[in-house]
Design a protein. Sequence first.
Length: 295
Amino acid sequence: MARIFGELEHSPVGSVWVNRKELAAAGVHRPTMNGISGTAAEGADSIVISGGYEDDLDLGEEIIYTGTGGYDTASRKQISDQTFSNTNNAGLVTSQLQGLPVRVIRGAGGDPGFSPTSGYRYDGLYSVVDHWSEIGKSGFRVCRYRLVALTDPAIFHAQPFTKDAVPIGETNPRRISAITTRVVRSTKVSEYVKKIHEYRCQICGIEIMIPNGKLAEGAHIRALGKPHNGPDSIDNVLCLCPNHHSAFDLGGIWVSDDLSVFDFNGIKIGTISTNPKHNLDNQHFAYHRSLWGNE
Ligand SMILES: [Zn+2]
C-alpha cells in the first residue's frame, strides 16, 4: 500500500484512538510497534511520541525527537548506539531533505503538558528542520531530530499525497515555496566574515558572481538556537558556498583541529583557508564532529 503523506480526510487534528492497533487500522500511523513510519527511500509520513525514549523533549509546537534502534523493550533501556543507516531513522532525514509533512501522534505516557491522558491522538503536521546525533542519557549514541509544527498546514489538509503517483505539478507556485525549508539568515557577524574572505568559499575557494555582487553564505559551525546554542561570533562562522554549507550542516563533511576537511567516510578532501583577521574556535568544530559521530 502506498505511503500517504499529509493529513488524512477521515482523521482531522484531535482524532483519538484507544490503542496502536486502532491507530494503525485508521492508516494514520501504520506500524503497531515502531515510533517512526517511513523508509530511507520514501521518507517518513508519521511518528508517535509517547514517552518511550528518555531523550525525547516535547515543547508542543516543537519536538526534539529520538530515533529508533538499540532499545531493549524487556528492560526498557538503551543498550547500543542508534545509526542513521537504520531505514526508519533515515526516513526522517529524507523527510527533512524533501520537505515532507510528518503526522505527529501523541500517546499517553508522553509529556503530561501536551499528551492525552489515555490512548493516542493525532496532533497535526510537523516539518523535520534539523537532525544530528549525540550521546544520550543512557551513554549510547542516539539519532535526534527537531520537528516544528507547520504554520500553514492548510496546504496539506485538502490533498494528502503519495510519492509513486505521477506528479501533476502545481498551478499555484506559492504552495510549493511553503514546503521548502532551507532559509539562510545573514547576520552582521556572517556579513563581516564573508567580506574578510571576499565571498570565496573557505573549503573550495569558489567565487560565485551574481548581478548584484557575490554569493556566499555565513555557516555557523555550532548551529544557533536550541538545542545547539552556538554563539553568533566570528570564531563560530565560516564563509562557504551554498553546496559546502549544506553538506556541512547535514553531516556530509567535517573539520579536524588542524582545519583539514574530511568527507563523512573520513577521506580528506581539503583544508579550510584561513585569514589572520578571522580566528576560529576549535571547540566549535569539536561540537560539530560530535553531532556526526566523528569525535
Ligand atoms: Zn565550496
